[in-house]
Ligand binder design. Structure first.
Ligand SMILES: [Zn+2]
Ligand SMILES: [Zn+2]
Length: 569
């Protein structure tokens, strides 16, 4: 889908215009368009074909024309025009989290900054720190943003890689020349960010498969095209590699290219100790091939059960497999309800009815409406009076709805001092209370830990949402003593959320494994702001599986009655 590419172009246009000190109205219009496109779950090309672009809020005729131009020609001429006179080096710097275009303009003008190296040097200097509005703290934040950007190294979030790879696989399947085609690599292991995407296929005619692959409409550049391997760059700049392997080696190749490297090193050691050799072509005793057509076979020859890809990180899975104690991982079909969605009462796009209808498509038994509280003004937070009205509305709806129960909830703000944004007498009226931090991210570890513990110890709070506040590639977790949070959650029966929103995935895989070890209960929720985003549950499940969670560790695998009884209250 080209939604993300277009969103990035409008964002860059806004950044560059802001850098140049252009008209704020124009800048805001581009920013709004970028946001709308980023959150849009429908395919922008489809909307354009149906002539529905201008139905999108924030898309006027000027923006619509630019979208159409991009869909037709792959470029936006206005963007080229805006970029004029600003070097690539400077445009690169606009990607740094915590460095706004205005600050960059100041550094450019006063310190003659043109690239990353110059910027890093300048930020260490007294002169930069003495500039109006700068200061040591801000300089440190920008330097941290640079580190964050470098660490991400062009990796894309799992939630962005998955739709792309599904699209490529669907397109290849329609050609009718591949027998099997599967993702391998970090994507199959469901890591939270993905570098290159690896695909494996079987089929008769390797050359033709690669030929078709390198000519897919998503391809912008072909890096290599041979008899068994093709390598391309797709729209959005992601590299995708496709290997065609013989059917008899498919399992061995899938195992090999799924990794991780550390997991495979351990497997090779085990093979060696048994006088065997494994590689991408099969399992061998001397020169004789003794298996490799399926992954199950590869593991079985080594005396192991098949290990789910999400566990293959050399984090104890091989020992567990040897002992027969691999976890029975939670599955998408285990989930009985979503516990964190926003309606049009706050910053969501859909009505309560629309959300309920969408949840039925997922065969859920319940859906928790968790709109923001008033402190989060920018997200249209509800006042106590509005929340009470919403509770009444939900009660009424439930008498009409069939096959699904809406639960009345809130995502109440945990204020800087640890108190909650709604009085107890309002919270008492809700079915479930979700609490979260949305401000004051830079508090020190002591203050932040105390703040969140305040909510955990509150008898009215059932769930803590996105417990670390991190945004993948955008914001580091806040400083917080997580082990203390996990232990107190376990002691009080407060559940911790795995937020499945693609930029959050918070708690992370390692964090939820630690939380579970310490006895905390977890829930998996999407934080959907649009009905289709309920589909992100699969990302939350991926995190939970990488965190070794079983069905019994996740409260929203329980049917309604038992779920409500399992809550703290
Ligand atoms: Zn939130
Ligand atoms: Zn939320």
């Amino acid at each position: 889908m080209k939604n993300r590419e277009l969103s990035e172009i409008f964002d860059k246009m806004a950044d560059i215009l802001e850098f140049k000190g252009d008209n704020p109205f124009k800048i805001n219009a581009y920013r709004k368009a970028a946001r709308v496109l980023k959150d849009l779950t429908e395919d922008i090309e489809k909307l354009a074909r149906e002539g529905k672009l201008k139905d999108l809020s924030g898309v006027g005729s000027g923006i619509a024309k630019k979208i159409e131009e991009y869909l037709e020609t792959g470029r936006v001429s206005k963007y080229e025009e805006v970029k004029e006179g600003v070097s690539e080096g400077l445009i690169e710097l606009l990607k740094i989290p915590d460095l706004g275009p205005k600050t960059l303009a100041l550094l450019h003008k006063e310190m003659n900054i043109h690239n990353m190296t110059e910027l890093e040097e300048a930020l260490q200097s007294e002169k930069a720190r003495a500039l109006p509005g700068m200061g040591a703290k801000k300089a440190e934040n920008i330097l941290r943003g640079i580190r964050l950007l470098k660490e991400s190294g062009g990796r894309i979030p799992l939630g962005v890689a998955l739709p792309l790879v599904n699209q490529v696989i669907e397109l290849m399947k329609t050609k009718g020349i591949v027998r099997e085609i599967f993702p391998a690599g970090s994507l199959r292991r469901c890591r939270e960010t993905i570098g290159d995407i690896d695909l494996l296929a079987t089929g008769k005619d390797g050359t033709r498969i690669i030929e078709e692959f390198t000519h897919l409409p998503v391809v912008t550049e072909v890096l290599a095209a041979g008899k068994t391997k093709g390598s391309v760059i797709t729209h959005g700049g992601t590299q995708v590699d496709l290997r065609v392997v013989p059917g008899e080696s498919f399992g061995a190749a899938l195992q090999y290219f799924t990794g991780s490297k550390a997991h495979n090193v351990r497997l090779r050691e085990i093979a060696k100790s048994q006088g065997l050799k494994i590689n991408e072509y099969g399992v061998f005793r001397g020169e004789e091939r003794i298996g490799g057509s399926t992954e199950e076979e590869v593991y079985q020859i080594l005396g192991l059960p098949w290990i789910p890809p999400e566990l293959r990180e050399d984090r104890g899975e091989i020992d567990a497999a040897m002992k027969g104690s691999l976890p029975s991982l939670v599955e998408l079909s285990d989930i009985k309800g979503d516990l964190h969605v926003h309606s049009d009462w706050s910053d969501g796009s859909a009505t309560l009815e629309e959300l309920a209808q969408e949840a039925k498509k997922f065969r859920y038994e319940y859906l928790l409406i968790a709109d923001h509280s008033i402190a989060v003004r920018i997200a249209g937070g509800l006042s106590p009076e509005e929340l009470l009205r919403q509770i009444e509305k939900i009660k009424k709806l439930n008498t009409k709805l069939k096959g699904i129960t809406l639960l009345a909830g809130t995502e109440v703000d945990i204020l800087s001092d640890g108190s909650l944004d709604f009085p107890d007498e309002v919270l008492e009226k809700l079915d479930v209370v979700v609490a979260a931090v949305h401000s004051g991210f830079k508090q020190d570890i002591h203050t932040m830990t105390k703040r969140i513990l305040g909510a955990i110890e509150n008898p009215l709070v059932d769930i803590i949402a996105h417990p670390t506040g991190r945004l993948i590639g955008g914001r580091e977790p806040y400083a917080v003593d997580l082990n203390e949070i996990f232990s107190r959650s376990a002691a009080t029966g407060t559940a911790l959320e795995i937020n499945a929103y693609y930029e959050r995935l918070d708690l992370s895989d390692l964090n939820c494994r630690e939380a579970q070890k310490r006895g905390a209960k977890l829930v998996i929720s999407t934080d959907a702001h649009q009905p289709n985003q309920l589909d992100w549950m699969r990302l939350g499940i991926a995190v939970a599986r990488r965190g070794w969670l079983e069905k019994g560790d996740v409260l929203n695998t329980l049917p309604l009655e038992r779920f409500l009884n399992s809550l703290k209250r």
